[in-house]
Design a protein. Structure first.
Length: 350
């Protein structure tokens, strides 16, 4: 077998709570090692964004009072419509560009540490520098295109394409480095884990947002910055790039950088579990029919033989009259759409 039973037993079929638990442990054990490259690439994105976009933000600020006045009017003329269209174009342009810059460098940051975390989670000896260097190969551009550019552009279609592309292909940050795997393999491994992927994405966001909310309140109390001062930093005649970057770093990205690795740690555990599950089911399918049915225990049943009691077949049944669930190992009289014991789907074919 390509994967030994003990390895599959350790990683496959983890619950969502188990993924989070292992992710927190992985984060705590490796934070000091991974925060360097993560912070480096995220700080580059902050600097680049605030060097390229101040003019867009300044023009948006100039148009805001006009837009507010137009929206309070009872009738709108052609000039008003042009102002509204210009405001919307600048707003979405700024939003999309910020999203692309942020996502692009975040993907690079995650890819730079993904294989290191993967091996650390599997307790394989690993050289950080070697894994970091191996992250930068030609396949990285495909991952950057998919996750770093296409996903932010999906905002134009109410986020729906972004969510699906992200959920289907986020595992590509692991698979692109393996010569035996392709970007398509990421989609195959993600199958059945879509909502878990969305879950491990939003949980760090909620944690960071909550901490950042209180941190901003403290900053506003200690260092109050009025709107006039803030706008003066963007004014072309008195533009202060240093203060713009510092403000964005402290108010919007300080905890994004410190706690950003939490997502990749969750994702590493989920990817490992999803891949082990796929391998276990694949090995189960490859067994002879006589191994799959009631007188022989399936591969995935053996994964849990030390944790639960496998139901024994009754002697008065015929050889092919029963079925073992490949997920929990429980015996059934016939194959159902879902296992009545663990509720896992049984819609695969032999």
């Amino acid at each position: 077998m390509s994967e030994d039973i003990q390895t599959l037993q350790r990683f496959a079929f983890k619950s969502f709570g188990g993924v989070l638990s292992d992710g927190y442990v992985l984060f705590a054990k490796n934070w000091l090692k991974i925060i360097g490259p993560m912070a480096f690439f995220l700080i580059i994105s902050i600097i680049l964004k605030n060097l390229l976009l101040p003019d867009l933000i300044w023009n948006l600020d100039l148009l805001e009072p006009q837009v507010s006045a137009i929206l309070n009017k009872s009738t709108i003329n052609d000039a008003d419509i042009q102002i509204l269209l210009r405001f919307m174009l600048l707003f979405f342009g700024s939003f999309i560009l910020q999203g692309i810059i942020g996502a692009f460098f975040t993907v690079i940051a995650m890819c730079s540490i993904s294989s290191y975390l993967l091996k650390r989670y599997k307790e394989i000896e690993v050289d950080f520098i070697k894994e970091f260097k191996s992250s930068f190969n030609s396949k990285l551009f495909i991952v950057l295109l998919l996750i770093g550019i296409v996903v932010p552009l999906g905002i134009f279609l109410l986020y729906i394409p972004s969510i699906f592309i992200f959920g289907f292909y986020i595992f590509s940050i692991f698979t692109y480095k393996n010569q035996n795997e392709t970007i398509k393999e990421a989609r195959s491994i993600a199958k059945g884990s879509f909502w878990k992927i969305i879950g491990v994405f939003f949980i760090p966001i909620i944690i960071i947002f909550t901490i950042n909310f209180f941190f901003q309140m403290i900053l506003d109390f200690i260092i109050p910055i009025d709107e006039i001062t803030y706008l003066s930093w963007y004014n072309p005649s008195s533009r202060n790039y240093g203060m713009i970057i510092l403000y964005d770093f402290l108010y919007n990205n300080f905890f994004n950088i410190l706690l950003g690795p939490l997502f990749i740690c969750f994702l590493t555990v989920l990817y490992t579990s999803s891949k082990a599950k796929k391998v276990a089911i694949s090995q189960y399918r490859e067994q002879p029919v006589s191994m799959k049915y009631r007188y022989s225990e399936p591969v995935t049943s053996r994964l849990y033989s030390d944790k639960m009691e496998i139901e024994k077949p009754r002697v008065n049944h015929k050889f092919s009259s029963g079925f073992y669930c490949p997920f929990c190992g429980k015996f059934m009289e016939k194959k159902f759409e879902k296992c009545p014991y663990c509720n896992e789907p049984l819609d695969f074919s032999f």
